[in-house]
Design a binder for this molecule. Structure first.
Ligand code: UZR
Ligand code: MG
Length: 277
């Protein structure tokens, strides 16, 4: 066996392309139902990756925000609904323009993550949960980094967004635990009273009129749970699962290590591909 420059060896431009592809940031998608512990899982990953630059992008930032008129009817608005293929078709055929199609501006989210992946800084919108509005005068600047985490209930819904991810994590937490946390969070952090979370109109229609039962749970069953099939890793019990988080962090470190190898020893590919018998 000899090491020879081979006629089949990749061209230098191909080498440069594969090297730059490997140098792109590592993109992790974190999905799961509301109050499943997505944010906690992301915070723990970021904490353990302290020697790398990690940015967190929340899908929440891309809520469209309601007009003053729509805000008055906020209780009718479905904040958990993505645009579906059927609805896209109807819009394209101009047959029907549903009132509230996609709760999120997915095009804008896609654009931001693509830019970050290419190493460019972006300005993320800031969403005000209390008033269901975007803060028009402020934004969050996010710079290029080694790892990008995209977190949200519907980040696995759109294939174009999924295709940007190197790793997909689904946080799988019991539904009762999530509802209990959701009530606590909405009342403490998002300025709601218990009735508005549950939206009880009258005791006789109690179950029917639960906001959670009306929008949040059906959307979880129809859109969030089915997207679990795209996950590479499913974390039971969310932030309580330290073993799962350790394993995930180990994997990310390995991948980032490979990036560094590529940066330091670009010629390693030439040696491998010119090996001839
Ligand atoms: P997470 N949401 C609000 O409560 N108000 C808003 O203005 C915008 C969104 C909720 C939304 C969804 N549901 O279930 C949740 N409602 O935010 C997603 N009703 O956020 O993934 O952090 O739970
Ligand atoms: Mg959250």
């Amino acid at each position: 066996a000899r090491f020879l420059p081979s006629s089949r060896s990749p061209s230098s431009s191909l080498l440069a392309d594969s090297a730059s592809a490997l140098k792109q940031p590592f993109v992790i998608g974190v999905s799961g139902g509301t109050a499943s512990g997505k944010t906690t899982v992301c915070d723990m990953i970021i904490q353990q990756l302290h020697d790398h630059r990690v940015v967190l992008v929340n899908q929440d930032s891309f809520y469209r925000g309601l007009t003053a008129e729509e805000s008055e009817r906020a209780h009718e608005y479905n904040f958990d609904h993505p645009v579906t293929a059927d609805e896209c078709l109807l819009i394209l055929l101009n047959k029907k323009m549903p009132l509230f199609v996609d709760a999120f501006d997915t095009e804008q989210m896609l654009e931001c993550v693509e830019k970050l992946k290419q190493g460019n800084p972006v300005h993320l919108p800031i969403y005000d949960f209390k008033n269901h509005r975007r803060c028009s005068e402020s934004f969050r600047q996010v710079n290029a980094s080694d790892v990008i985490i995209l977190e949200g209930i519907l980040v696995f819904h759109d294939q174009r967004v999924r295709d940007l991810m190197n790793m997909k994590i689904f946080v799988d937490t019991d539904a009762d635990v999530r509802l209990a946390r959701r009530i606590r969070r909405d009342t403490v952090e998002r300025g709601r009273d218990v009735n508005s979370v549950l939206e009880q109109v009258s005791s006789s229609t109690f179950l029917k009129s639960l906001r959670y039962a009306k929008f949040v749970k059906p959307a979880f069953d129809d859109f969030v749970l089915p997207s679990k099939k795209y996950a590479d890793v499913i974390i039971p019990r969310g932030g309580d699962n330290h073993v799962a988080i350790d394993l995930i962090v180990q994997h990310i470190r390995t991948k980032l290590g490979q990036h560094d190898l590529c940066k330091i020893y670009p010629n390693i590919y030439v040696i491998q591909t010119t090996f001839q018998i």
